[in-house]
Design a protein around this ligand. Sequence first.
Ligand code: NOJ
Length: 797
Amino acid sequence: MNYGYFDNINREYVITRPDTPAPWANYLGSPEYGAIISNNAGGYSFVKSGANGRILRYQFNSEDKPGRYLYIRDDETKDYWSASWQPVGKDMSTYKSECHHGTAYTNMIAEYAQIKSEALYYVPLNKTYEVWRLKLTNTSDKTRKISAFAYAEFTNENNYEQDQVNLQYTLFITRTYFKENKIVQTINENCNNAVNGSTGKERFLGLAGASVTSYNGDKAAFLGRYHSYGNPIAVENGMCDNVLNYNSNGCGALHSALTIEPGETKELVFVLGQKNNDDADVILKQYEDISFVETELQELKDYWHSQLENLNVTTPDSAFNSMINTWNAYQCFITFIWSRAASFIYCGQRNGYGYRDTVQDIQGIIHLNPELAAEKIRFMISAQVDNGGGLPLVKYDHNAGHEDTPDDASYVKATGHPAYRADDALWLFPTVYKYIGETGNKAFLDEVIPYANGGEDTIYEHLKRGIGFSMERLGDHKMPAGLHADWNDCLRLGKKGESSFVAMQLYYAMTILKEYAEDKKDSEYIAYLTQIQKELGDTIQKECWEEDRFVRGIKEDGQVIGSKKDIEANMWLNPQSWAVISGLATKEQAELALESVHRELNTPYGVRVMAPSFQKHAFEGALALLFNPSTKENGGIFSQPQGWIILAESLMGHGNRAYEYFRESSPASQNDNADVRLLEPYVHGQFTESTESPFEGRSHVHWLTGTASTVMVGCVEGMLGLRPDADGLLVQPAIPSEWKEITIDKVFRGKKITIKVENPDGAEGGYKEFYLNGEKMDKNYIPAESLKDVNEVVLKM
Ligand code: NOJ
């Protein structure tokens, strides 16, 4: 069963049935002014911080309410409905609707009682307020008297928790006013001169394009006693009673009574924000010319579509195309920009960027906007401590050169992170490598960046210290110590315990840095790296390889984790995929390990992070035990590693396997399975429940997940085989045998390349011939200097 479809031309997902199995959301604006909206208009808004800048209320763990509600009432029949199906929820046999989630805008189209409505929601590009444009068209042949109502439920206080729990205070600090065409809400209005450190705030909901007939600034007055969002008394009566709040919950509710002739369309523009009265007036004035909305909408589309244009792929699988060309790419930008700031699951409490998450998020956009990526890489490098480790949490107000570190009690207190993690800085290596590959900007390595706690160095030296950090913290077997944790938040191996995953990351980091060292003719360091990499490789081989798999690590007390002999958790995914990605595994090991993954971890919904789940035999430090079996790190299908296994299979030339894993876990591929998956079919979630769950296939934690970037990399570098290095572009696709032809349009260093992959014999990897602009090349590599402005490449598999 599906609830909608992908409109690839307009880069929209169109929801055709509004009773989706979960609120299916979209992101508007940016964390400067962020708005999340579901297909039923549920959601919230905030300024700068989801925790401390919340302006619209939302009930988490509830029924997707309240939201940005637009009610429509036929003043003759007294019947009423909403521009989104909910909250009124008319019978779907008479209420027809479509929700178009696009790139940073959402448009809800509905038709009921011969009134067509269009509710468009967006945050104008680089602005810090939001616009709701309501268009009403009379499709009947008689004049209609229609009332339109807009409702926004303001928080009483910007701090989300205070608004929810400290009612003895927050109920008594706001009031609303009606001023001409808007409701203005004030908070701590006597404190406008920063009395006691508290500065008053003002929000507004205003109307342009029509006049206000009645209004409410008081939530209870608008909704009415024992009424709710589905049947507000004001809407039922066709009139608000002009009550403003004072020592009660505030809201913005504006009513406009309209007469609409047959065939006529009336447009109203509601604007909401946290601005003072004068600024609100200036903003609202712009929308007196109603066409301004279309201009702004076009601006948004132009901006976002241009961000997505550098890669376009045409394969026989439209789900693959929809994800890679639009939705996975757009999700990569959203995770890049929003980190884990706010969603329907993240309530806004995080006060910074997770180091590993953010450095991985960057990877997802490098092929689309490398310079935007570079800015964030610089930022993250400035959050590397001078000992080479990354700050586990980089505060939103990070002040490079002046930060405390996990060695300081003050940092631990402020962030809740008690120690360094073993993997954080190691993510920099592939991220920097991808950026330099995409741009050819080797000089990047010479840029000087401060350390988080003082001092500065070139990026090249920062990377050296990253290696140093691990090498100075080795465990008893001479692999990097697990410290607080590695990628897996739930794995406590002990401070001196050793993680095979981190060891492989370190091994890979050494390969990358060696390439740069060679370029710089840094011979002493090359010799050093060569030696330590050989030793590390030998150690991993000796300590971690077990017949047909790599183990997950060694605890501080010597216990091996992820051994075949273990009753539970005897097979782990990441050491197998990373043994391939890192280049550590021999061909034979790689084949065996990947086969073990398929045999023991694969499910119809993707590959489990480990199996069997912990239930009775967990070791001390196996925090995954906290979760139900087949859930999250406890044997769930953790989505982020799906990208790594797709990449690993592709690197081995196993296009069929890579595609199998893509299809199992790709949201778009499950468009028709929405009642099982529940999450939006256009975005990845953090994990999917696996075999031991009664709800196998159900996915959770939408939008803000590292999955966006890993799957993107798995598909682009892996399956499509686009692997740039400093000097050019390797093209080495690994695609399913059934794909007889694919076309890739890529902009690479400002040059256009159209790559036609021909696969008449149904290969899944490798190539026979490779042509650049008609010239047969001796390998499947495009030297950057051979590129013209427009290029044709043919790869025959
Ligand atoms: C989610 C965390 O944000 C991420 O840092 C971690 O790698 C994964 N969980 C796996 O534990």
